[in-house]
Design a protein around this ligand. Structure first.
Ligand code: CDP
Length: 205
């Protein structure tokens, strides 16, 4: 059977960590849809045309460490306003969502546009400062040379663009469960997400 968990929210809210933990707990597959947009953004930075790059995207394009840079994140949010780019990425996300055995997808428009019928919808958020601090720590741990202020500026700029675009803007689905992680440890946030899935997943044990 298929079972879909949609996890949306702004930049660096903890969607990735929560999604991976939910997927591991229930044996679901996980798709970080931000990687699709980052992969297209990286191709555009290398000179490709956005729509052509989105149509030609293949799974190996998602496996590059270089997708996790601030420059690629910005490029991703710039191409993500393009409705034709978004349309080119829909089929892959639908197929993933409907796979046998369950799937967790995280992104910006999963519960609203990609999987409005998802079995569980979570909207994960936190204050911009908290999110920037977490992203900054993550980057420093990876050995990247970044300043907190520029990470905060990047988070704010992408949030504003993601929320204001006409095509699939970042907004919580009406039936999403809101998970504000500002004052939660990651363990507590994960526990709440797992409890939300547990409440409706038929095979939970
Ligand atoms: O990891 P982080 O939350 O910083 O970003 P991401 O999830 O990798 O997404 C990068 C950018 O892709 C976002 O700022 C969005 O503009 C775009 N995106 C989108 O429009 N729709 C999605 N479903 C996922 C990402």
């Amino acid at each position: 059977m298929s079972f879909t968990v949609a996890i949306d929210g702004p930049a660096a809210a903890g969607k990735g960590t929560i999604s991976k933990a939910v997927a591991a707990r229930f044996g679901f597959a996980h798709l970080d849809t931000g990687l699709l947009y980052r992969a297209v953004g990286a191709k555009v930075l290398a000179g490709a045309a956005p729509v052509a790059a989105a149509r030609a995207l293949s799974p190996v394009d998602l496996e590059r460490d270089a997708l996790r840079t601030p420059a690629v994140a910005q490029a991703a949010s710039e191409i993500a306003v393009n409705a034709e780019v978004r349309a080119a990425l829909v089929a892959f996300q639908h197929e993933f969502a409907c796979r046998e055995g369950g799937a967790v997808l995280d992104g910006r428009d999963i519960g609203t546009v990609i999987c409005p019928q998802a079995d569980v919808k979570l909207f994960v958020t936190a204050s911009p400062e908290t999110r920037a601090r977490r992203r900054f720590d993550e980057m420093v741990n990876k050995g990247m040379d970044v300043a907190y202020d520029s990470v905060l500026a990047d988070v704010r700029e992408r949030d504003a663009r993601d929320q204001s675009r006409a095509a699939s803007p970042l907004v919580a689905a009406e039936d999403a469960i809101l998970l504000d992680t500002s004052d939660l440890t990651i363990e507590a946030a994960v526990a709440q997400a797992i409890a939300a899935v547990d409440a409706v997943y038929p095979d939970a044990g």
